[in-house]
Design a protein around this ligand. Structure first.
Ligand code: ADP
Length: 471
């Protein structure tokens, strides 16, 4: 509709302008020629000094009427002295009283007042033009000449031009109408397809895709839609897997508890030592359940809650405190924890988050280690970053598993992880927490044995911050 409106406006302008311009051109040329004809006649009559019907008729007969429809000559009072439409032969009879006729045209009146006038009108395919000039003798207006021209030929020309323009416009309008109808049909169909696709995906069918046709905006829109749906599908798959993994993780200890409880109930006169063992196992399974739920909650919090207020935290101090917390675990496993902590390693974080990262990494380094093994914990600056490195001389991680250890519920050695009370979520929590504070974390194999985890954070510089505040 908007295209049509624009085209209609353009067509109207295209139609009107040439007509007005050509009408104007004709008007100007007519004015020039008629005015000069009137002037020539006036100057011929001016020679007569005073005008009378006979003298005027004589002069006028000598002049060429040049296709004019009517020529009138009047005296200063507007009394017609000569009228070309009433030739003398048909004039009043000899002796009859002279016929007093006055030319009371607007043009004549103006000419008698001393001005040249011209008037032109185009109607009914005919150009009608009139001109009048005063006849001046020694500064006195002694009469006026009025000429009338009726020009059907030029009028016809103008009319034909008008017709041709109208026909061309009609053809253009018809073509535009057809084209814009087709165009809007195609466009509407593509928008409808996109809407349908959005609805289908909205109803949960994430596999639905559009076929982008061409390279226009609609094709780009279809491409973007597909891209968005891809991401939606991936997110949905991750979510489903997470839910199924999580329920599996929760089901396993629950099944063990159920089994152990049933065994105690169904076995008559069970050895008290065995009952104590079973109840102990129930307790460990309950602990595992608690750990899994705690980790799941931690991950959900990381997903849904915004990062808390971050303050400058000394990485070395927090690492030292966390390592001290884990010392009894290291002692029990026969593992030595060696610290190499440099000062001035401030980062913007929360103590809880940093402590959680450190705890999980060091705990893993102890868990997946041999008795008599070592854990190296280092905090140092590297350019504008602070690095927390946790290396061990433990079991190590196969090269192909390295990129996957940060995935949720991923375990290299399931039995060992379970035996060590692992949930498969510790490293996911580390990765999400580190990223929350603008950092990164990697896992590598350590030479000649064990693994090395490195977490990097943007270093916080109090001086720079002070400068910033001063500005
Ligand atoms: P888990 O609770 O099982 O320890 P994590 O997410 O902390 O889960 O770690 C995922 C897996 O990565 C572990 O199951 C283990 O197989 C492997 N892993 C993590 N840290 C180490 C390490 N320091 N040495 C060897 N393997 C490790």
């Amino acid at each position: 509709m908007s295209y049509l409106a624009i085209f209609a406006t353009v067509l109207v302008l295209l139609n009107t302008y040439p007509l007005v311009a050509s009408q104007d051109l004709l008007f100007t040329s007519k004015r020039d020629s008629l005015k000069s004809q009137a002037a020539v006649m006036a100057s011929a009559l001016m020679e007569l000094e005073s005008l009378s019907s006979d003298q005027v008729a004589r002069v006028m007969n000598m002049l060429d009427s040049m296709g004019l429809a009517r020529i009138l000559v009047t005296d200063p009072a507007g009394l017609i002295l000569y009228d070309s439409t009433q030739p003398e032969e048909e004039g009043p009879e000899e002796g009859a009283p002279p016929e007093y006729r006055y030319a009371l045209y607007q043009e004549v009146v103006s000419a008698l007042r001393g001005s040249d006038v011209f008037y032109s009108r185009y109607a009914g395919r005919v150009f009608t033009s009139t001109a009048a000039s005063p006849i001046v003798y020694r500064g006195m207006v002694i009469g006026a000449i009025y000429i009338l021209e009726i020009d059907p030929a030029q009028g016809e020309l103008l009319y034909n031009l008008q017709q041709n323009l109208r026909n061309i416009s009609l053809v253009i309008a018809a073509v535009t109408l057809v084209m814009s109808t087709l165009f809007s049909k195609v466009l509407t169909a593509r928008i409808a397809a996109l809407l349908r696709a959005i609805r289908i995906v909205g109803e949960g069918e994430y596999g639905h895709r559009l076929q982008p046709v061409g390279r226009d905006e609609m094709a780009q829109l279809a491409g973007e839609f597909n891209h968005l749906t891809d991401r939606l599908q991936t997110t949905e798959e991750v979510r489903r897997r997470f839910v199924s993994d999580a329920s599996h993780e929760l089901k396993t200890p629950l099944a063990s508890i159920r089994l152990l409880a049933d065994s105690i109930l169904q076995t008559d006169e069970m050895d008290p030592e065995m009952v104590r063992d079973f109840v102990g196992d129930i307790g460990s399974e309950a602990d595992r359940l608690a750990r899994v739920t705690e980790h799941l909650l931690a991950l959900t919090r990381l997903d849904s809650l915004p990062a808390g207020d971050a303050f400058p935290v000394d990485t070395a101090q927090v690492t030292e405190r966390t390592a001290a917390l884990l010392q009894p675990v290291a002692d029990a496993a026969g593992v030595t924890v060696l610290l190499d902590l440099k000062p001035d390693c401030l980062i913007l974080c929360t103590e809880d988050d940093l402590s959680q990262i450190c705890f999980n990494l060091v705990e893993n380094a102890i868990k997946y280690n041999y008795s008599g093994g070592k854990v190296f914990v280092s905090v140092h600056r590297d350019g504008d970053q602070v690095l927390l490195e946790v290396g061990d001389t433990g079991v190590g991680i196969p090269e192909e598993d390295l990129p996957k250890v940060f995935n949720r519920f991923y375990r290299v050695d399931k039995a060992r992880s379970r035996a060590a009370g692992g949930t498969g979520l510790g490293l996911s929590i580390v990765r999400d927490t580190v990223r929350r504070h603008g950092g990164w974390v990697t896992a590598r194999s350590r030479n000649p044995e064990g693994s090395l985890f490195t977490a990097g954070f943007p270093r916080y510089d109090p001086e720079e911050d002070g400068k910033g505040e001063g500005l």
